[in-house]
Design a protein around this ligand. Structure first.
Ligand SMILES: Cc1cc2nc3c(=O)[nH]c(=O)nc-3n(C[C@H](O)[C@H](O)[C@H](O)COP(=O)(O)OP(=O)(O)OC[C@H]3O[C@@H](n4cnc5c(N)ncnc54)[C@H](O)[C@@H]3O)c2cc1C
Length: 547
């Protein structure tokens, strides 16, 4: 039997933090050295074969719906593979679902890093984590308060435990919250929702209503509760709809079937019917859209973080392969054209990761008003650009690995299947680009706020200054049809500003030239202004065997 040669070993034994210079530098600008140590620990512990194996196994063994018990009783239970539970336990332990809300030493930046690290191992668990994270502030400001019906939820909602048991929330060690907006006739346009809610006795915030109708997508149906949109006499409203009622009985939510999905297979997404289900009104009737948007700000940002994490895993695999695989007498990474492609991919990570952590900082609970308004504008823009570009990015990394990149044992096929969902759920690409326009219409001062924010970096970077001047004029009264191109421009400019402010300057110059000056094209089509060697060195260590 022939011993295989020129086949690089699988990349599954490395520190995800130590090997990622752009992420480390961007994070350490904000978090202290102690937190840096903790993040290095996370990167080390999850970058191990056992973890990568859990991710693969959870996707190979997707959840199954058990609609009936042995005696024919409707039970609507889900059966998950043990690897899913193991991954959920880890994600909860890392407090992806509540860290910055409950721990003063935690921060949105540190959580963003952890979120990106976990995404590299398994992205399915990010869905329950982000929805619970987004729901936390809404719930603790409305229903989960002292002395209320959901008083007993406060402790488990703030805990770092994962508790998959089907019990009333107050009897559990940890909680998960989902979201139910999309119906058959409309997802982006939630005004078309037909599910109704009528007061059981009294109407108004905190009171119980009866819900009738359906949701066409209802991810994580095993959650302890969902935030559900339904029509009331006062308009579209948001309800907390628990799986088990406070008295322990099942709520009347029926799982019709589980979706058979392209990717995201470890995670369950269901279709459900409500048959006089109980839901508690959050806020005023008619304010449901605004409440869900509050949650959506967090989940949309997390979609981008999830995609960035998967892009990072893809480029790590590509670089690891390109260093060890020989073609035509030398390693792939030494061929000029491949070098250009890899450096262009590395540049993408530099700009988007630096901007991600800037944005995470602006999303800290204590951020200034100006920061929050900047984040309001940039979040949908960032979600659109990262999640949409990321799909091609992962395909390009697959290209680097060649035939092996298309084979399941390599993680690239799973990453590739997973990527598009982030560009669809929580607001698809066009909707995000249109949301940028809406933010500009609602807050006309945003352009002068951007002007002020960009002024110092524009002074240092003439390419950036020219690009911003042109965009500022176009943003004054943008046409709907132009919103994708303008949104992409906005993100490329914001990333150029972040790189210019924090360096390295060679990288900032390369980004500005490649993304703001040269005509767009596929990866490898743009010149990188002499930054190639630096980009490759920063994205992946030259000799990765000891890492
Ligand atoms: C795996 C998965 C899990 C999901 N889980 C959940 C969940 O848990 N809860 C939930 O509520 N939803 C969930 N969704 C649904 C998801 O949020 C919706 O699919 C998404 O919001 C788009 O809605 P839609 O499918 O109805 O498409 P549509 O609204 O019909 O839109 C179709 C396309 O048209 C574009 N479009 C729409 N309006 C305009 C316009 N005015 N101008 C230009 N373009 C436009 C959209 O961008 C989109 O590309 C899930 C989806 C998937 C794939």
């Amino acid at each position: 039997m022939q011993t295989p040669s020129n086949q690089p070993p699988a990349l599954e034994h490395y520190n995800l933090w130590d090997n990622d210079t752009p992420l480390r530098e961007a994070a350490l600008r904000v978090v202290g050295a102690d937190m840096g140590q903790r993040l290095a620990g996370v990167g080390q512990s999850i970058g191990q074969p056992t973890f990568f194996a859990l991710g693969r196994s959870a996707n190979r063994n997707p959840p199954e719906l058990r609609r009936y018990g042995p005696d024919g009783e409707r039970i609507d239970e889900l059966e998950f593979h043990p690897s899913w539970h193991a991954l959920m336990m880890q994600a909860a332990d890392m407090r992806l679902h509540n860290g910055p809300w409950v721990d003063d030493e935690d921060s949105a930046v540190s959580r963003a890093v952890r979120f990106m690290l976990v995404a590299q191992v398994e992205a399915g668990v990010l869905c329950p984590m982000t929805m619970t994270y987004g729901a936390y502030p809404v719930l603790t400001q409305s229903l989960v308060t002292e002395g209320g019906v959901f008083d007993g939820w406060r402790t488990p909602l703030a805990s770092g435990n994962y508790d998959p048991r089907d019990l009333p929330g107050s009897a559990k060690g940890g909680l998960l919250i989902g979201m139910g907006m999309t119906e058959r006739q409309g997802g982006s346009d939630v005004r078309s929702n037909t599910t109704t809610a009528t007061p059981d006795q009294l109407a108004g915030p905190g009171h119980m209503y009866r819900l009738n109708g359906h949701k066409w997508f209802y991810s994580v149906p095993q959650s302890d509760a969902h935030l559900v949109l339904a029509q009331t006499p006062g308009g579209l409203s948001c309800f907390l709809v628990p799986r088990r009622l406070p008295d322990g009985n099942r709520n009347d939510i029926y799982i019709e079937r589980l979706k058979d999905k392209l990717g995201n297979r470890s995670n369950a997404s269901a279709e459900v019917e409500f048959d006089d289900a109980c839901g508690w009104l959050i806020g005023e009737e008619g304010r449901g859209g605004a409440t869900i948007l509050q949650v959506g700000g967090h989940t949309r940002f997390d979609c981008a973080l999830g995609s960035l994490g998967m892009m990072r895993r893809a480029i790590s695999i590509a670089m690891h392969h390109a260093q060890a695989r020989y073609t035509f007498g030398k390693p792939l990474v030494e061929h000029d054209l491949m070098k250009r492609v890899l450096a262009d991919l590395a540049l993408e990570m530099e700009g988007l990761v630096a901007l991600a952590l800037d944005l995470a900082q602006a999303r800290e609970p204590q951020a200034s008003d100006a920061e929050q308004r900047w984040a309001r504008l940039l979040t949908p823009a960032f979600k659109y650009v990262v999640c949409q570009r990321g799909i091609g990015f992962v395909a390009e990394c697959m290209q680097v690995v060649g035939g092996n990149g298309y084979i399941e044992e390599n993680d690239l096929p799973r990453l590739y299947r997973e990527m598009p969902v982030n560009a669809i759920w929580e607001g698809s690409s066009n909707i995000m680009a249109l949301d940028v326009r809406r933010a500009l219409e609602r807050d006309p001062e945003l352009i002068s706020l951007l002007q002020e924010r960009l002024a110092p970096t524009c002074a240092a970077n003439p390419v950036l200054a020219r690009a911003w001047q042109a965009l500022a004029a176009q943003l004054q009264n943008p046409a709907e049809a132009d919103m994708r191109v303008l949104t992409e421009r906005l993100i490329d400019i914001a990333a150029a500003a972040t790189l210019t402010a924090h360096g390295p300057q060679l990288v900032a110059t390369a980004w500005s030239a490649a993304r703001l000056e040269q005509a767009g094209g596929l990866y490898g089509s743009r010149s990188l202004a002499g930054a190639q060697a630096l980009l490759l060195q920063r994205v992946w260590p030259e000799d990765d065997h000891d890492h």
